[in-house]
Design a protein around this ligand. Sequence first.
Ligand code: PEP
Ligand code: MG
Length: 533
Amino acid sequence: MLGTRLSGVAVSPGRASGPVVRVAEPLGEPPRTPAPADPAADAARIAPAAAAVARRLEELAGSAEGEAADILFTTAAMANDPGLVAEAERLVTVEGVPAPRAVHEAADGFARSLAAAGGYLAERVRDIQDVRDRIVAELLGVEPPGVPELASPSVLVARDLAPADTAGLDPAKVLALVTEQGGPTSHTAILARALGIPAVVAVRGLLACEAEALVVDGDTGVVEPADPRGPVVAADRRAAAEWNGVGATADGRRVRILGNVGSVADARAAAEAGAEGIGLFRTEFCYLDAPSEPSVTEQRAAYAAVLAPFAGKPVVVRTLDAGADKPLAFLAPEPEPNPALGVRGVRVAFARPEVLDRQLEAIAAAAAESGAEVSVMAPMVATAAEAAWFAERARAAGIARAGVMIEVPAAALAAREILEVADFVSVGTNDLAQYTFAADRQLGAVAALNDPWQPALLRLLALVGEAARDAGKPAGVCGEAAADPRLARVLTGLGMTSLSMTAAAIRPVGATLATATFADCEAEARRALGSGA
Ligand code: PEP
Ligand code: MG
């Protein structure tokens, strides 16, 4: 008997097994007191700790390749920086600050100077913070925080992961991802699916499980201890389904099958999978680590690169959706007690319209450069007045089509009025479920409520579908609901005219839709709407 079988919510398909690597918990700020009894001796610990960190990073760089190796060598050089060590030693000997705190403060001083310098140097702030945390961990004798560099394919186990950490995972090294917290529509889950990494979230008891190896089933949510001497098995990522590449029901009703993207790699993967266009370009994913607002020129280049594989095809670019679980440093709000209900999405643009205008200018330029048929849409719209405000600014920037996301229950209820001022709507079922059920999309304990099959959620979608049909305008779904092949038929029956999803789901959804007539889809929708709210 190897240990207890655990289970959670399956969020990214595939079955894999292999050795476990645990993601260490964040360290927090080391305390400034008590002062060291022997400051000279405490200060003398700093240089060897920094050297040990640099040595370990150099070893990792030696076994890495290309860009990863360059980054690790640069980070190792930062750990070896004599200026950093000297300032930390000064803080211990002159100001009586304990060594871990002294390293923290010295590194933060450097980080502030880098941030003030802007440009390339400012982008190194995250690196110096990483070095800081590694040296502090070395001094405290604990594991450094964050996702460790993996020497060989492993199963990553964490309490939760930030979207920025997940985005940096190497699918060749991460066999599977398992977290104790998180929900099926958290951005970490979305990124795992986009990377094709099997993932299970909300696994109770995971952190207490001491297994050295795990079998992870991203289809059923079962996580089981495995023999550490057993085989390392990666998920089979080959797309199984046959599909002719045209999104339609068996009797020819068109439903465009589109890709959700956040990077050039995602756009290429969507194009290779056969996406007919992009239904959701999450522009904020380009800037999760950006310390300051990117210039119009930088944004234009970033967007044009993502649009390039879709020249001549429809692409919906969503303006920055900052806030809650996707904070952007340059659009940080005042501290809020409840960020998911605070100034996020389009609400940030009401306070900072010049940032939206610069982004719209960059999107219009990228559209012209790439030749894609570009529309824009706003996240987190709550009323028709907000939709009108956004559409007017988008048109003033020279963008022909302006739509809005339906992610707030009020917007679903006002879909008719919204469609009087917007050219299309796209339902973000991840947030719409979160706000309909008052259930945090990141919280494992309420993951069952965030199930997109819930009839109450589908009833809101039915209202949107009817409003779009009566207005003669398109209505899509770009939340994770669209990536479930069976649910895709229900959404079609509710009147949706496009479905947008991660690349891995495109062929299975296209193939499943092609086997049902529109009448079948309507019948499935009726059954799903009625199945006991
Ligand atoms: C959604 O909320 O369903 C959506 C597509 O937007 P995001 O997941 O980026 O919040
Ligand atoms: Mg959303």
